[in-house]
Design a protein around this ligand. Structure first.
Ligand SMILES: *Cc1c(COP(=O)(O)O)cnc(C)c1O
Length: 215
């Protein structure tokens, strides 16, 4: 059962860790099973699916956008989104800020950081990120709250590789935590969440380990 899987994980981690149940491709009935037992944070990676689910499921679900977000789709998710994990350019921040201003809702976001060397991954590279965090640029966006960082490690069986990537992100998070009032370090998926927790993560994005594999 999905619920017992989630409970098993929760029983073995600190209460301060937020689990985002990644429900992409999974039916509403799966989400409701967890919701009925107190799970409120859910993550989706496609705008269309996120909107459809948000419209049909309970309004107090906290929806997380974790997939690549195109600027022309920003407007559609801003009225209800809890947190956007996958913000990977200043142009996207600017767009979120513009659209958020129109509806007068401050939007919480994370900056996605490219911690893996795999070229296909989205995110700011470390140099770019440091420049931005050292500057006061983020203060210009009145309707965007940057509350932390997100990263995805390389898909690998080599724990040292994963460990190094999470550790590097944790270091930069801690260096800028006070200056930017960071609260969220979103690291760790089904295959690597234990390593992420050892390296400072306080928000896990767990899909297949809870819901079973996706087709
Ligand atoms: C799908 C996805 C996850 C969850 O992956 P699992 O391996 O199923 O836990 C986490 N983060 C992002 C960005 C994803 O797209």
């Amino acid at each position: 059962m999905i619920r017992s899987k989630l409970n098993q994980i929760k029983n073995n981690i600190a209460n301060s860790i937020t689990i985002v149940a990644v429900s992409k491709t999974k039916p509403a009935s799966d989400i409701m099973e967890l919701y009925n037992h107190g799970q409120f944070h859910f993550g989706e990676n496609k705008v269309q699916e996120l909107i459809l689910k948000s419209e049909t499921l309970p309004k107090d679900i906290k929806w997380h956008m974790i997939g690549h977000l195109q600027r022309n789709k920003v407007r559609t998710i801003l009225p209800f989104i809890e947190l956007i994990h996958s913000v990977d350019s200043i142009r996207l921040i600017n767009k979120i800020n513009q659209e958020a201003k129109i509806i007068n809702r401050k939007i919480n976001i994370l900056l996605q950081v490219k911690i893996s060397k795999e070229i296909s991954k989205y995110g700011f590279d470390f140099n770019e990120l440091e420049q931005i965090l050292n500057s006061d640029l983020l203060k210009d966006f009145d309707f965007v709250n940057v509350i932390g960082l997100m990263g995805m490690a390389t898909f690998s069986n080599n724990e040292t590789v994963i460990e190094n990537e999470f550790n590097t992100l944790n270091n930069i998070y801690n260096r800028f935590k006070t200056k930017h009032s960071f609260k969220v370090l979103s690291m760790g998926m089904s295959s690597d969440y234990i390593i992420a927790l050892k390296n400072g993560s306080n928000m896990l994005r767990l899909g297949s380990i809870i819901f079973g594999s996706r087709n």
